[in-house]
Design a protein around this ligand. Structure first.
Ligand SMILES: *[C@@H]1O[C@H](CO)[C@@H](O)[C@H](O)[C@H]1NC(C)=O
Ligand SMILES: *[C@@H]1O[C@H](CO)[C@@H](O)[C@H](O)[C@H]1NC(C)=O
Ligand SMILES: *[C@@H]1O[C@H](CO)[C@@H](O)[C@H](O)[C@H]1NC(C)=O
Length: 735
């Protein structure tokens, strides 16, 4: 056995490769002979086969599936039966079996196995005996072609020469036909005399070129006849014609003309195929016995057979006729009758999945394109139709389809690729094949908030748990890669964790208040929300939320001046105070803001006829002079109210006393409380002094406790007011 693996080149890199492996083996090996270890040779040639995994070989094409096969597990190329090269390739000088094998999804081994010829056949003649009739008048030099022997071996192992034994009256000359086959011509060397010997018997031996040669013999029996007939004679010993395949039945190929100058039936020639013309050839071609016209009679298919050899004999109808022989070689010409065939090798069910991160040059599919025609008719060009981010690259009979651009599933998640194959025949034939490429997801998109900055305005005093706003971030990735969850980024608001202020629903992005906000404490605060996708690793982004707490009119104004006791203030003005005399200024505070805190003053009740109040600054002034007959005490109810939607207010009772002791000239135009104090205190001191003397004298006399009005420990105003209360009630009694 002679096996030699030859070469190989890695033709594409990345996800796949193509290598060529060449072997040769002699014919006639027994079934089961291991020719090669494809797995090992492929690995040595550069295939990256995972040694831990049994390589799975898949035969893509096999020109002789009945003879050789590849064990899918072991990768061994073995014979399935004895290979008879001569049956497989007949006379062709080279006999090659080709296989294409895939390992994995992208690796292809192209295997060429040459079957070497052995001289395992001997020449043989179609019949046991060749009977020949030769006219006794045949002159020396007359030649009669003999039936040839056949040796299925090719080249020098085929028939090379003929020998005739014994060798007395006749000579033998070996001649070569146009197709290289050899035949013998019998040459009459001496005059024949039927009366001397009418029958000769010889042994014709055909020898092949082996060492030692094989041979075959046939008995040649020659009868010498006393006829003056001329025998038919072909002009040429061999003819060659060609026919286009698919030529319709009846297409004439060749008119054979074996001439026979005899008259009548002796000159009428009948043509026929020789006995060993194959049955198939007889179906395809018709030879008209009378006219010698060779024509097409069946469907001639180049892919079935490239050429046919027809041995024809011509015989006249006269008695003792000696047939003439010639050989017609019909070669079939290829017509472009087979469209290209596109076979997606690495594609299951016409769907390829490829990740959107696949780089340019990544092989997504392997295609085998074949065309049963030969020559230009079988040369195929392939291309990918449409404008897609893929391209097709051709390698011998394979093509790869590679990524040729940027894939982005979020823009387009599916492509429909169509491969077009077109042969070079005239007119050319074409085929297309479509398949779908599905782009699979990668986590390549960050969640994207609908805005980078959200603002929500809430009124203070909200209920804890109140809904504030929703944020939303979109992530166009698929499944978990695109499912977004939200969380609040830890931070501090007024020294408290932000988590005590707000919470977020991780799924919906709804944000809730956790406490009741107080505008007077926190007018606004900011925090960040994080959106995270579920990829591994996950991608994230954030947005800022600003919460503005709006003021609500929740603070009631508080009257701060004049000082109130039980909601009442007492004010003294001179009895002679004129019109516009400033009685007092009402002041109030409101912690609210804006309208809610803007205050106005008015008089709600009381002796409004004598006084007026400035609604803006709270000044109370007299509107008329008090006559001699005027009351000594006036009452006013003063209200300070804010401008909130539902207004809040505070009120106070102002008691105004007309005091004869005060001089309007001194205090007109401005309120001078301290002056009033001084005056009041002065009066008190004077009265106290008088009273103490009076009491001291009386106590001394009655030995009783001194009763005095003690203001210590009380606020001055209330002390004074109590004091004047007494004075007033005393005065009223007097009045
Ligand atoms: C056959 O050949 C003979 C002699 O060469 C010629 O006279 C005759 O016309 C030919 N017949 C045909 C049909 O070609
Ligand atoms: C893909 O394109 C081919 C040719 O344009 C068409 O015949 C086929 O129906 C398409 N397939 C899909 C799934 O769009
Ligand atoms: C998410 O992305 C990863 C790679 O980033 C990928 O392996 C996975 O298949 C993707 N998930 C989906 C559901 O597409």
């Amino acid at each position: 056995m002679d096996i030699l693996p030859i070469l190989l080149a890695l033709l594409w890199t990345g996800a796949g490769a193509l290598i060529n492996l060449k072997y040769s083996v002699e014919e006639e090996q027994r079934a089961g002979t291991v020719i090669a270890n494809i797995g090992k040779d492929a690995r040595e040639a550069g295939f990256v086969l995972d040694p831990r995994q049994p390589a799975a070989f898949r035969v893509v094409s096999n020109s002789a599936p009945h003879l050789v096969d590849i064990n899918p597990g072991s990768g061994l190329l073995v014979t399935k039966q004895k290979i008879d090269r001569d049956l497989l390739c007949r006379q062709s000088p080279k006999c090659v079996i080709s296989l294409e094998v895939m390992s994995g999804s992208m690796e292809i081994c192209v295997i060429k196995l040459e079957i070497k010829d052995l001289n395992d056949n001997a020449p043989s003649f179609p019949t046991d005996q060749i009977e020949l009739e030769i006219s006794e008048t045949a002159s020396p030099g007359t030649r009669v072609p003999l039936e040839s022997a056949y040796d299925p071996d090719s080249g020098s192992f085929g028939v090379q020469s003929y020998e005739l034994t014994p060798n007395d009256l006749f000579g033998l000359e070996t001649k070569t036909r146009g197709d290289g086959s050899r035949f013998a011509e019998l040459v009459v060397e001496r005059s024949l005399d039927r009366e001397t010997q009418s029958h000769y018997s010889y042994l014709l031996t055909a020898l092949d070129g082996g060492d030692p040669p094989n041979f075959g013999t046939v008995e040649l029996s020659i009868r010498v006849i006393d006829s003056n007939d001329n025998n038919p004679l072909f002009e040429e010993p061999a003819y060659a014609v060609s026919v286009p395949e698919n030529a319709p039945p009846g297409t004439p190929l060749l008119r054979l003309n074996a001439s026979d100058p005899d008259e009548g039936t002796n000159g009428q020639v009948l043509y026929s195929f020789h006995s060993y013309v194959s049955e198939r050839a007889r179906q395809l071609f018709h030879l008209d016995p009378q006219s010698g016209l060779l024509s097409v009679s069946g469907a001639v298919d180049y892919e079935e057979g490239h050429s046919y050899e027809l041995d024809v004999q011509a015989k006249d109808l006269g008695p003792n006729s000696i047939p003439a022989h010639c050989k017609v070689t019909v070669s079939v010409q290829d017509a472009n009758d087979n469209p290209p065939l596109i076979n997606l090798l690495s594609v299951n069910s016409e769907l390829v999945e490829v990740s959107e991160s696949a780089p340019p040059g990544y092989v997504i599919a392997l295609v085998r394109v074949s065309d049963r025609d030969s020559g230009a008719n079988g040369r195929v060009q392939c291309k990918l139709l449409g404008s897609v981010p893929f391209r097709l690259q051709e390698y011998e009979s394979f093509s790869t389809i590679l990524v040729d651009g940027r894939l982005d599933r979020e823009q387009r998640d599916q492509y429909n690729l169509t491969i077009q194959a077109r042969d070079n025949g005239v007119p050319s034939l074409q085929a297309t094949k479509s398949f779908t490429v599905k782009i699979t997801d990668e986590n390549d998109n960050h969640p994207h908030f609908s805005k980078p900055y959200y603002q929500v305005i809430v009124q203070e005093n909200n209920t804890p748990g109140a809904y504030l706003l929703s944020v939303s971030a979109r992530d166009p990735d698929l499944g978990l890669n695109g499912s977004v969850s939200y969380q609040i980024v830890p931070s501090q608001v007024r020294d408290m964790p932000v988590f005590t202020y707000v919470s977020i629903n991780p799924n919906s992005g709804d944000i809730y208040a956790l406490r009741s906000f107080n505008h007077e404490q926190t007018k606004a605060f900011e925090f960040k929300v994080l959106a995270k996708d579920g990829g591994n690793p996950s991608l994230q982004s954030n947005a800022t939320i600003r919460v503005i707490v709006l003021d609500v009119n929740d603070n009631t104004p508080v009257i701060t001046a004049p000082p109130l006791v039980n909601g009442t203030a007492e004010v003294y003005i001179p009895r002679n105070a004129g019109v516009g005399y400033l009685v007092t200024v009402i002041k109030a505070d409101d912690y609210d803001e804006g309208e809610n805190g803007r205050l106005s003053y008015e008089m709600a009740d009381g002796d409004r006829g004598f006084f007026e109040i400035d609604q803006f600054n709270g000044e109370i002034r007299t509107t008329r002079a008090f006559g001699e007959t005027a009351k000594t005490t006036y009452e006013l109810i003063v209200v300070a109210h804010d401008h909130g939607k539902t207004s809040l207010s505070a009120s106070a009772l102002i008691l105004i006393y007309l005091s004869p002791a005060l001089d309007a000239q001194e205090s007109i135009g401005s309120v001078n409380l301290s002056l009033i104090f001084i005056i009041a205190l002065g009066s008190i001191a004077a009265i106290l002094f008088v009273t103490m003397i009076f009491v001291a004298v009386k106590c001394k006399r009655d030995n009783k406790e001194i009763r005095t009005y003690n203001c210590r420990g009380k606020r001055h105003t209330s002390c004074i007011s109590s004091f004047f209360q007494q004075v007033r009630s005393k005065g009223e009694k007097e009045a």
